[in-house]
Design a protein around this ligand. Structure first.
Ligand SMILES: Nc1ncnc2c1ncn2[C@@H]1O[C@H](COP(=O)(O)OP(=O)(O)OP(=O)(O)O)[C@@H](O)[C@H]1O
Ligand SMILES: [Mg+2]
Length: 505
């Protein structure tokens, strides 16, 4: 029967020093259900997940598996109890192969000695999740962040567990790849596996989940069947009202500071002859599914892709690709999609992270006054929506979504910025934070700089772009003003019919 409880948490309390992350949380998971965990950034979702996976120890409360009280004191104990999970932050080891990463901390301990025998199984796992083009022996470091995310997911599903916990599994995936993840979820739940699903993408929740538990400030607000809820009901339960913003007037005009044109951009023999441009004050959204080349374009413009060619003119001046220094000199600022790998210094304080990239601006005669630093950090934290009192805490003590806000905040309002590039700007950010970040980007754009962002998420493309460019397999297949196109059309350009058939099959 579906009402059987496989996992139950009662009265779970977890404090990190003064931070009350969980304040008496109770939760139950039924056999074969997909159970959503929802709540604003910092609500306590990941902390709850971590207590269930033995990654942190609870201060009070009790966890039951199949009705038996258990204490899960380490991740390996969670695994031997049949719990598999995907962390919110990616955990694969870049310089190991795909097959070794799948084996690590999971499959039989003899795996490494018997790689070859296991290879067909690894191949099968890869194919199921849509990564059939990869070889098991390929190093993980060569994969895009979306491919890594799929790999983490397939690794968790490959473990024959009773419970699979996914903490924002789809943050960098497009609607198309998410379908594959959903197919995997449907397959395992049909066999009686239970899934806990943490996400800020409410449409997904409505599509795949049976029940939802909504958390706010370390407590459970309610647990409800999804069937009676729509998106706005979920938003209300999570964050109350969404903020309303006054319309930002962009100042797009010919010859402005942020006008750019990109001609015949080619990257890595994959992106081919891409040509587009926009005026300062306009937001250009690059839509594309995983591996479409959209984020490669941003990386190339930031100077991070050595094998790139093409003509780029920014604010009337041409600059050569292939060097981060040249791009930065030309006024290009890049916010990558990998806050952990390429961005934040996790063990530095929030304030140091916010000021790290702007020391030269703040320094007067090479001496930086402490009060200038403090003031600047505070302003930026406010911009990023992070509480001022947390200025001196380290970044890894923030929830995933709040880390993303710091990451974005760090890259805004530079006086020398002419072109702002953002790769998946609201990855893991809650609906309210997302509206705020979009507003920050609009304000930055309204100052006349150029903005290009890429997103796999159709909603975000439609919400934020003035102009939409669609990438498919390395080609720019269409460019249109937002008013001239619609979501269904953009989706069809991102994904070809034949591919959709492939997923449904
Ligand atoms: N290692 C830590 N040290 C101190 N505080 C922490 C630590 N980890 C989490 N916290 C705090 O605990 C609270 C809950 O964080 P948690 O990561 O569980 O939120 P979340 O609901 O997963 O948010 P998000 O949607 O942003 O991922 C937050 O206030 C966070 O800053
Ligand atoms: Mg989290």
């Amino acid at each position: 029967m579906v009402t059987e409880s496989v996992l139950r948490a009662e009265g779970v309390v977890k404090h990190y020093g003064p931070v009350k992350a969980l304040q008496g949380v109770s939760f139950d998971l039924r056999r074969g259900e997909v159970h959503a965990l929802l709540g604003h950034n910092g609500a306590g979702k990941s902390t709850l997940v971590k207590t269930l996976t033995g990654s942190v120890q609870l201060d009070e409360g009790q966890i039951f598996l199949d009705g038996q009280a258990v204490s899960i004191s380490s991740p390996s104990e969670a695994q031997s109890n049949g719990i598999a999970w995907v962390d919110q932050e990616l955990t694969l080891i870049p310089n190991l192969s795909i097959e070794d990463n799948i084996a690590l901390g999971g499959m039989e301990s003899t795996f490494l000695a018997q790689r070859k025998q296991h290879r067909p199984r690894v191949k099968q796992l890869l194919e199921q999740i849509g990564l059939g083009h990869l070889s098991p022996t390929q190093e993980v470091g060569t994969l895009s962040i979306g491919e890594r995310q799929l790999l983490e997911i397939t690794r968790a599903f490959g473990r024959n567990s009773k419970i699979v916990i996914l903490d924002e599994p789809t943050a960098t995936l497009s609607d198309f790849e998410i379908e594959r993840v959903f197919a995997a979820i449907r397959e395992v739940t049909a066999e009686g596996v239970s899934v806990i699903y943490v996400s800020h993408r409410l449409e997904e929740i409505i599509q795949i989940c049976d029940r939802a538990t909504i958390m706010r400030d370390g407590q459970v607000v309610t647990t409800q069947e999804i069937s009676g809820l729509d998106k706005s009901a979920l938003v209300n339960l999570m964050v109350g009202q969404l903020p309303e913003f006054a319309e930002v007037q962009s100042i797009a005009k010919e010859g402005g500071n942020g006008d750019f044109s990109i001609t015949n951009l080619s990257i890595n023999n994959f992106v081919q002859d891409v040509t587009f441009g926009a005026k300062g004050g306009e937001i250009f959204g690059l839509a594309g599914q995983l591996g479409s080349g959209a984020s490669l374009i941003l990386r190339a413009l930031a100077g991070l892709e050595p094998k790139s060619s093409g003509r780029v003119v920014l604010s009337g001046k041409q600059f050569r690709l292939g060097s981060t220094l040249r791009s930065r000199k030309a006024g290009v600022y890049f916010v990558s999609n990998d806050r952990k790998g390429e961005g934040l210094f996790l063990t530095f304080t929030n304030s140091r992270n916010l000021t790290a990239t702007r020391l030269p601006i703040l320094a007067k005669a090479s001496i930086i006054s402490r009060s200038v630093l403090k003031k600047s950090a505070e302003t930026l934290m406010q911009l990023a929506g992070v509480d001022k009192s947390r200025r001196t805490m380290t970044v890894d003590s923030l929830s995933g979504g709040n880390q993303q806000k710091i990451f974005i905040g760090r890259n805004l309002n530079h006086p020398k910025m002419k072109l702002l590039l953002l790769d998946e700007p609201t990855r893991g950010v809650d609906v309210k934070g997302r509206a705020e970040i979009h507003q920050l980007i609009r304000e930055a754009s309204a100052s006349g700089i150029g903005v290009i962002f890429s997103s796999t998420e159709l909603d975000e493309i439609m919400e934020l772009s003035d102009i939409i460019g669609v990438m498919h397999k390395g080609k720019l297949v269409n460019v249109e003003m937002r008013g001239q196109t619609n979501a269904a059309k953009v989706f069809n350009e991102m994904v070809r019919e034949s591919e959709i058939e492939g997923v449904k099959a």
